[in-house]
Each structure stands twice: as structure tokens, then as C-alpha cells.
Design a protein around this ligand. Sequence first.
Ligand code: UD1
Length: 415
Amino acid sequence: MDKIVISGGRPLHGDVQISGAKNAALPVLTAALLTEEPCTFSNIPDLVDIKTACKLLRNMGVEIEGAGTIKISAEKMTNSVAPYDLVKTMRASILVLGPLVARTGKARVSLPGGCAIGARPVNLHIKALQDMGATVDLQGGYIEARAGRLKGADIYFDLPTVTGTENIMMAATLAEGTTVLNNAAREPEIVNLAEVLRGMGAKINGAGTDVITITGVSRLSGTEAAIIPDRIEAGTFMIAAGITGGEINVLGCIPQHLEALINKLRDTGMKIQPMEGGLRVAAGSKISSVDIKTLPHPGFPTDLQAQIMAYLCVASGLSVITETVFENRFMHVSELMRMGADITIQGGSAVVRGVPALNGAQTMATDLRASASLILAALVARGETEISRVYHIDRGYENIEKKFSALGADIKRVK
Ligand code: UD1
């Protein structure tokens, strides 16, 4: 299995180009299930999760060509099954559920099960489909859904679930009548998906707010669309500038998607300026501590919690990081402590006491964002850090070691 080996202590300088967003590309690819006509999507990142999504769709008879720009046709679908083997490696496979039920009237999708960052149920996806008239049974670890044409409904999400909002928004595009999603998630990836669906002929209003209204149409057509840049990748490089005492031009990012992070990084002393095509991000003279609470968008993203924790490990003073989105998303803490960080978990909060320096160590990635946090810590640590189980990082970061080494990091992948 591959390892990443980093010798820390080099300030990073230069330009980095941000790739397309994994979490926008995944629902957009599954949206192609809603139409018999071909769709073309550009700025698709080259990631393991994207390959998994393509495998899942091909398994249903969907034709997919290309990389970066993908042409996808669900004209000749042969089945509506998402098998356990694929769903267990990527929870976002659940995104086929809504489109399949809407287009074919049936779906058999494996339940995702637990994962490293908590239970992550899909009850809200299921209840919303039932509200729209689908019959849903759980059998042998599978969600078995059946429906005639789905019916528009007034849906209330107990929590603003991102993939739940996407799944039901897609399902509602072909339903009879109007669906209102209340307490919908407001992430930029949902806005990207809504724009793609509108390009296919869907009638959607309010994406990006907590009330989304979808009026069903009888069929959707093909479309061409681009994926938005990955705000989590951009945020990771912004933090890299701060933690290494460097200055990076983060190109291709959309600053409005990063407001919560920009504000917090400025509070720590970093200098962040808009520039043509992105953001110029520079470390401050010291890192001041800040408190962070993760929240649904536009709050501070849980997908950047592990990375900002690595940064605050070397701040001066005490920071409290409270995770409110997932109940068990502190798996990176024990690894950071092996590098000399001073962190105490108190319920849903991590109390981080800044230390003057971290030390290289052998560490293990436990999930996608935790791996990014270990890379950031390693970039500033004294000596060499080995990060094993890097397959987690390949799920969500394109060419990560190439991008960091172009900025001056001493980073290599070892087979
Ligand atoms: C998506 C993102 C993930 C990100 C997360 C939160 C994708 C592919 N993944 O995951 O990177 O960390 O949003 O921003 O876009 N919940 C329920 N019942 C449900 C659904 C969710 O209780 O049916 C809970 C979850 O356990 C969690 C909260 O709602 O506590 C938010 O989860 P959700 O927004 O659904 O996360 P994902 O869509 O899985």
C-alpha cells in the first residue's frame, strides 16, 4: 500500500490550481440517470470516488466516455441496482436512489452502513421518498424502493442533509406536481446541481436557500455543464500557506464559497486578498488561536475541521473546535498527538493548546479529511512524517503530492 513521506519545515510559495469539486461532481454524474439523452460534464476531477461513481453507473448499463470532460448516456440502462461492494467504498453512491426511482420507478440500493466519522444514516432520504409516494422496504441490507410516478410533496428535513437534499431535488424533477424541500441544505454543490438540472429542463427555485421548490416535468433532456471548483481543496491549500509560513496564490477558487474559512484564517493573523482568478493567501507573523464550530453551509465546513485543527496545533494559545455535524469526527486527534500536538477531547469539542513545534512521526490516515490534516501537520513538523493508508486521500484530492511539491514541499509517494 502507498505511503506519503514528508520532510517538514519548508514555507510553501507559488500558484496552485484548484480542481473540480468531488462533492459537486458526484451528484451531477448521477443526475445523468434522469434522462435518456447524453450529457457532457467538464472539470470532473480525477479521483478514486469519481472512478467508483463511474463504475457504479456503468454497472447499470450507463455509457461513459472520457476523463476530465465526461460524456455520459443513460439511454440503455439495464438495471437499477447499487451493489454493496461499491456503496461500501463510497457512501455518496446513495445519490443514485432519487434519480433511479424517478426515472425507472424502482431502485435497489445497498444501505451505506457505518463509516469512520459516525453512523451517517439515510433515514431522511428514505422518508422524503415515502412522502412522495414511494414504497420503501429494507431487505437484506438493501433499500428496495418502488413507485409509479412520484408525487410532489411538502418535505421537511429534520437536519439540512446535503446528499439528502440533492437526492430528493433530483427525484422531484420528474415527479407529478410541486415539491417543496424545507430546511434544505444550502451548500454551493447543491446550487451547482440545480443549475445542471435546470439545463436539463427542470424547474427549480431557491437552491442555495433553505426552501427549494421543484415543479416536476414529464421528461428531461441532455445538457452540457461544468463542475464548480473544490472549496475544500482550496481551503486545504489556504491552510497550508498559513501553517508553513508561506504565501500561495489559490487559483480557480470561488471566494464566496470560502467565507467562513477566510474570516477565521484572518482572525488567526493570515492575510487573504482577492486576486484575478482566485485568492492570494499569506501567513501572518504568528498564528493566533481561534474557536471554531462546524455547521451546515454557510457555517464553517466540517470537511475542513481536521485541517484547521492541524493549523491550530501550532497556534499561540488555546482554541476550542466544536464538531456539530458528525458525532465521531475526531479520528485525526490521536495521530496529531503522536506528532506532539496537545489536544483534549471534551464531548463534541476538541481543546487544542498550541505547541511551539510538531515532530515527524509514523501516522495513519483514517478518513479523507483526516489524511489532509496529517499532510498539513507534516509540512510544518520537524523531521520526517510517514502517512500510511493514503488511499483515503486519493478519494478526494487530485494529484496532491504533485501540487504540494510544485509549491516547494518535500513530499513523495512511496509504494
Ligand atoms: C455531505 C458531503 C460530506 C460532508 C457532509 C456535511 C457529499 C458527497 N458528501 O455528506 O463531504 O462532510 O455533507 O457537510 O456531498 N443525517 C441523518 N439522516 C439522514 C442524512 C443525514 O441523520 O438521512 C445526518 C448525518 O448523520 C449528519 C448530518 O445529518 O449528522 C449531515 O449529514 P449530510 O449532510 O447528510 O452528509 P452527507 O450528505 O452524507
